[in-house]
Design a protein around this ligand. Sequence first.
Ligand SMILES: Cc1cc2nc3c(=O)[nH]c(=O)nc-3n(C[C@H](O)[C@H](O)[C@H](O)COP(=O)(O)OP(=O)(O)OC[C@H]3O[C@@H](n4cnc5c(N)ncnc54)[C@H](O)[C@@H]3O)c2cc1C
Length: 337
Amino acid sequence: MQPFTYLTPGSAEEAVAAYAEAGEGAVFVAGGTNLYDLMKLGIARPSHLIDVTGIEGLDTISTEGEELRFGANAKMSAVAAHDHVAGQYPVLSESLWKAAAPQLRNMATVGANLLQRTRCLYFRNGAGSVSTVGVYPCNKRAPGSGCAAIGGLDRGQAVLGTSEACTAVSPGDWPVALTALDASVEVLGRDGARRIPITEFYRLPGSTPDVEFALAPGEIVTAVTVPRTEAGRRSTYHKLRDRASYAFALASAAVALEMEGETVRRARIALGGVATVPWRASGVEAALAGRRLSRDLALEAARGAFAEARPGRQNGFKIDLGAQTLADALMIAMDRA
Ligand SMILES: Cc1cc2nc3c(=O)[nH]c(=O)nc-3n(C[C@H](O)[C@H](O)[C@H](O)COP(=O)(O)OP(=O)(O)OC[C@H]3O[C@@H](n4cnc5c(N)ncnc54)[C@H](O)[C@@H]3O)c2cc1C
């Protein structure tokens, strides 16, 4: 591991200034549950760590007003257990409860969760001790080196949003729930503050899979906001994985419904575990609007989300699993009063 300096700014403005001064090689760190892992693997090699956990007020959770607002440093466990969130927006709460493990959720923050890196085997295991090029090519880790997952072990890889350069799955659960609810990410940089709709926050891999987020260098995430919606109460995050806990999604679905009796007025749907970014399923939303919801309709519409899927050698099962997961999520959400 290479030596690094460790800075502890007291405000978001100080953190942005510290980054600007430190220059290339600086990274922010919050709970460290992803970054320290990557440093130990030799994938992240920062020269300056800017620890944002001491920034006052950055962990505030507010559920008053037009939108819910979660400070970037709020712990995953605190947001999951928040009474208003758990009661009125189960999709948000469940996406956090079903992620990682209790110890991790007590350390990890909802702002940095958005920025965690992929769990693709070749991204994580390929780095060598002296360079990020490593033993396996990976365009995300070492741009231009190739993608060992294409034609390799691809059981966990994405079937939606892939490119010739990358098929790595977007790993987070919380971003999928946020995508269904049209959340925004508040950031602060040298040019001031701005809000990025979550649907624009993640970049499809295309030919530059190393560019993953719509953040400029040195911009700090300060909060996540979620517009109020009555669909929040009729919502769920349904996650299928290899183990009942402590595992990333093979397929997941975030669903929030506005219903009139048994008829869907409006559905909000996003998929996880199957795509390179949190995947908004707008086609399925349109297919369900104005129709009486049944398991048959749910499955038929859910299959439409995978019409453009491009499976590899071992991950074709995700097409049926993803559709069944979404259909089940729709029925769970409908049953919630
Ligand atoms: C064994 C294991 C199992 C897991 N299972 C799941 C799972 O099932 N589902 C799931 O969703 N997640 C899972 N995770 C991932 C975990 O949720 C993330 O590691 C965690 O959310 C990251 O939060 P953190 O505060 O620890 O981030 P850090 O590790 O501190 O940072 C993560 C990234 O965010 C950047 N960063 C941090 N704060 C800021 C900021 N304010 N502004 C800009 N950049 C910032 C860092 O530079 C880094 O790139 C798992 C992790 C482990 C280790």
